[in-house]
Design a binder for this molecule. Structure first.
Ligand code: C2E
Ligand code: MG
Ligand code: MG
Length: 545
């Protein structure tokens, strides 16, 4: 792995800079490389066992690399770089191994010192003890602190979190916005000085740790609720607002923060950091170059949201194989002509039958995910084909299928539709495609025109939810408007509703009212001249297999 070779080189350089590489450089490099490989193997081993860390630490001392800066460099490099090489979820293992490595290093160092002391006389021994104590202190400093700001590092923070088992705690992770761009523009040296200045301003807010270049953590003990840590975030915004004078530049710095606040008992350090990182990911960026930070640049950890996100990730990951296994199916809801209550068609509505889940998942749980992961195209194609095949066997029905705007954006949609009609034998005139009324979907004029040219009907779904004006509609080839249920509510809107229905008719469109739940709504809509209706009162979505 080239990453490991580069890391070995940097490790050797770090160790050599401390002046502790004995013997031939090539041999030292080979030895370090072996140790690094052992370390990586231990991270990956199943089941995980941190014991090899102790031996690796001892071997560093055996290789005569026993000065505190050696261990500092090692911890700094491994903790900083290995998660990126081995995957971020290996961070916990890496830190545990480093813990053992430090213990092994210290023990081996002490043994070596005892051996040396046995060979000395008494006065030398006293001197040696003092040297030892000083070394221990330096070692602590090197292992648990960042070399650049001298602040406690992630290792240190985890230890502190592990020791705080009572009361409530608040943790704020704070990322300096666009630090990479700043250092790119100003150079590393000024970037580092900026970090030191940021650290100085943050220090009064709580126990401050420095986890990565642009990432700080503030630990607040004895909180009584989320408000206490929100206050700290507020203070952080305030202390960072005045510009930082560096070499004649006045730098404006803003930050983004993720906050967690809860009882300390029973929560391991890894979860604190994991959850704070998650919240940090939720925080909207607050960066502004010239003005003060906007206060909304932080987010508080919310276990329900985290669980919902985990569930969404699981669903997204399951979706491709679910599609292969045929877990997606359609329910059909009747479209009824209001004049005589005849069923003139059906709308196909997607469902997901997941093994292990009770019941079916509705489209609200997976259509958006499929849009985001790109699975909507194969899924949409499959569902369209199922619906067309189902409809081809029922000659009197119109088959109405929903299309996502993402599908409209995909090249090849029109070809897919033509192909499916051809293969299933459903006449184009019996297929209706429903496109939800959004600003985005109405942008695809030429795609809509090409679909219309195939001879399929086009329905504007959820019409009235607010994007299009009637003027826009005249330019688009819609044959039908489906009015959103919201429109049916409230007697005061009846006049508006009549106008909309009349206008749609004037534009040559038929009108379907969705979400009819009562006999009263049905009769009002019939009186207003609405052509078709759909809703629980007229028929629920059913499998009809
Ligand atoms: P939509 O196209 O507006 O579909 C109508 C939704 O209203 C359906 O929800 C239906 O079950 C529900 N509904 C029907 N009658 C009533 C009623 O009387 N009262 C109430 N409260 N609701 C009623 P569903 O099946 O959960 O679908 C939700 C949305 O998901 C659909 O809204 C559509 O936009 C989307 N969708 C469904 N299937 C597909 C699909 O195959 N592809 C794509 N891209 N989107 C789909
Ligand atoms: Mg629809
Ligand atoms: Mg609708």
């Amino acid at each position: 792995m080239t990453g490991l070779a580069a890391l070995t080189d940097d490790w050797l350089r770090g160790v050599a800079a401390a002046g502790f590489v004995p013997g031939v450089r090539a041999r030292a490099r080979a030895a370090l490389h072996d140790l690094l490989e052992e370390f990586v193997a231990a991270v990956r081993a199943e089941p995980f066992d941190p014991a090899p860390g102790t031996r690796i630490g001892a071997e560093l001392v055996d290789l005569r690399m026993s000065a505190p800066p050696v261990i500092g460099t090692t911890v700094h490099l491994f903790a900083g770089r290995l998660p990126a090489l081995l995957g971020d979820d290996s961070r916990g293992r890496i830190l545990e191994l480093l813990d053992r490595l430090v213990t092994g290093f210290v023990a081996a160092q002490r043994d070596a010192a005892v051996r040396a002391a046995e060979e000395m006389n008494r006065s030398e021994k006293i001197h040696w003890r003092a040297v030892q104590l000083d070394l221990q202190r330096q070692l602590q400093q090197a292992v648990l602190h960042r070399p650049d700001t001298g602040l406690p590092n992630e290792q240190h923070l985890r230890k502190t979190l592990a020791d705080l088992g009572e009361g409530r705690l608040g943790l704020m992770l704070l990322r300096v916005d666009r630090y990479d761009e700043l250092t790119e523009a100003l150079g590393h040296d000024r970037g580092a000085r900026l970090l030191t200045a940021v650290a100085r301003r943050l220090r009064p807010l709580g126990l401050l740790a420095h986890l990565a270049d642009d990432l700080f953590a503030v630990l607040v003990t004895g909180t009584s609720g989320p408000d206490d840590v929100l206050k700290v975030a507020d203070q952080a915004t305030r202390v960072l607002a005045p510009p930082f004078p560096i070499d004649g530049h006045r730098l404006h710095v803003t930050a983004t923060a993720g906050l967690v606040e809860r009882p300390a008992a029973g929560v391991d350090p890894g979860s604190w950091l994991h959850d704070a990182r998650l919240a940090l990911g939720w925080a909207p960026e607050s960066f502004t170059l010239s003005g003060p930070a906007r206060p909304e640049g932080f987010a508080v950890f919310d276990p329900d949201r985290a669980e919902a996100e985990r569930r969404r990730h699981r669903l997204a990951a399951d979706m491709p194989s679910a599609l292969e296994r045929g877990e997606f199916l359609l329910h059909y809801q009747p479209l009824v002509r209001l004049a005589d209550r005849a069923v003139i068609g059906v709308e196909a509505l997607a469902r997901w039958r997941r093994p292990g889940d009770a019941g079916l998942l509705g489209p609200g749980h997976f259509i958006q995910l499929a849009e985001r992961t790109g699975l909507i195209r194969p899924l949409g194609r499959r569902l369209l084909e199922d619906a067309c095949r189902w409809g081809a066997a029922r000659p009197d029905l119109l088959i109405s299928v929903n299309l996502s705007p993402v599908q409209l954006r995909e090249a090849g949609l029109v070809g897919d539709v033509a192909d499916i009609l051809h293969r299933t034998g459903l006449p184009a005139a019996r297929l209706q495609l429903e496109i939800t009324e959004t600003a985005e979907s109405l942008r695809y004029r030429s795609e809509l025109a090409a679909l219309g040219a195939l001879g399929v009907r086009l329905a504007l779904d959820d019409f009235g939810t607010g994007y299009s004006s009637l003027a826009v509609l005249t330019a688009l080839p819609f044959t039908e408007a489906k009015l959103a249920a919201e429109f049916l509510l409230g007697a005061g809107r009846r006049g508006v509703l009549r106008h909309i229905i009349d206008a749609c008719h004037a534009l040559g469109m038929t009108v379907t009212a969705e979400g009819i739940e009562t006999a009263e709504q049905e009769s009002i809509l019939r009186d207003l001249g609405c052509d078709h209706g759909q809703g629980f009162h007229l028929g629920r979505p059913t499998p009809y297999s």
